[in-house]
Ligand binder design. Structure first.
Ligand code: OAD
Length: 282
């Protein structure tokens, strides 16, 4: 997308959280087609660290190589050997990121978003998270733009399998596609740096964002494209943005209202505000 232009008016800047949630509830209750973008912050209260910011995985350990996918393609078998070694090390380390994700449960933020979908307010949710927690909370209309760590995907035909149903034979690496007539290399479904996002996911995000008459952005630093561009695509078409994040982001200036709090605290209150307004016919 091109230059989104400048924000017309700043949001209410986090002075009074209760008033901001009330205003956000009013905007969401009025909308017919709310699309949501979530990031790592929505899962923080499930015990999964974010990437950036205080205590973030990459703040602590450094960023992974930006050419990860290129490195994968250069030596798929070697990559898989390292992957299996790392998986064994993660399983043995109670403090590993992988263990945190595997043991995580949906938190009240995930539940509130699923409730907003159930109410007919949220129509689609785009998540950058690979942890599967939205689905486990009952959300149905989801695009996982960065994949799902519990799935595997063929790079040639795009077929996907739950990882639990796709045993990897260490004697025959890399694993190959199980579809008849396809021998494509199989990798984790999680999108790596430098890897193209599957076209189907991209076009769904694009279509949903164009259709949105309100965009709710939760727990993302909004610095990774193309995900961070979808709320702006909707904003350019006149949809108000509502943001939930304890910190300001590059999208804050475009937001009608920015609720500066933890998603697990704010979203249940926001869902209650929407429910109350809908019940009152407001
Ligand atoms: P980041 O780690 O960049 O940002 C997390 C955001 O969550 C920050 O804006 C925090 O202020 C906010 N946050 C922290 N605690 C929160 C809470 N309790 N409630 C709500 N928000 C909170 O994570 P993402 O924006 O998701 O992609 O990162 C985007 C992508 O960067 C990831 O999907 C990953 C990485 O490249 C891939 O690996 C492909």
């Amino acid at each position: 997308m091109g230059d989104p232009g400048s924000p017309a008016a700043g949001p209410t800047q986090g002075g009074d959280l209760a008033a901001d949630i009330d205003r956000a509830g009013e905007i969401l209750a009025r909308a017919q087609y709310v699309v949501v973008l979530t990031g790592a912050g929505v899962s923080k209260e499930s015990g999964i660290p974010t990437f950036r910011g205080d205590g973030g995985l990459w703040t602590v350990n450094g960023e992974p190589p930006m050419n990860g996918f290129q490195l994968f393609l250069e030596d798929t078998a070697g990559w898989w050997r390292q992957r299996l070694d790392r998986r064994r090390a993660d399983e043995a380390d109670p403090a590993s990121f992988a263990r945190a994700v595997d043991e995580a449960r949906p938190n009240p933020a995930h539940a509130a978003l699923a409730e907003l979908e159930h109410l007919g307010v949220v129509r689609h949710l785009i998540t950058q998270n690979v942890d599967d927690l939205h689905r486990r909370a009952g959300q149905r209309e989801i695009t996982e733009i960065h994949g799902n760590r519990h799935w595997m995907r063929c790079l040639d035909c795009g077929a996907r399998w739950p990882a639990s149903e796709f045993p990897v034979d260490e004697g025959r690496l890399p694993p190959r596609c199980a579809q008849p007539g396809c021998e494509g290399v199989v990798k984790d479904d999680t999108v790596m740096f430098g890897e193209p996002i599957p076209a189907e996911a991209l076009s769904r995000c694009d279509a949903e964002s164009r259709r949105a008459d309100c965009f709710l952005v939760v727990g993302t630093s909004a610095v990774v494209m193309p995900a961070a561009g979808f709320p702006l695509l909707a904003w350019q078409r006149g949809a108000p943005l509502v943001e939930v994040n304890p910190e300001p982001t590059p999208l804050t200036g475009y937001a009608e209202v920015s609720c500066r709090g933890a998603a697990g605290d704010v979203l249940p209150e926001l869902a209650a505000a929407v429910r109350a307004r809908r019940a009152a016919g407001a």
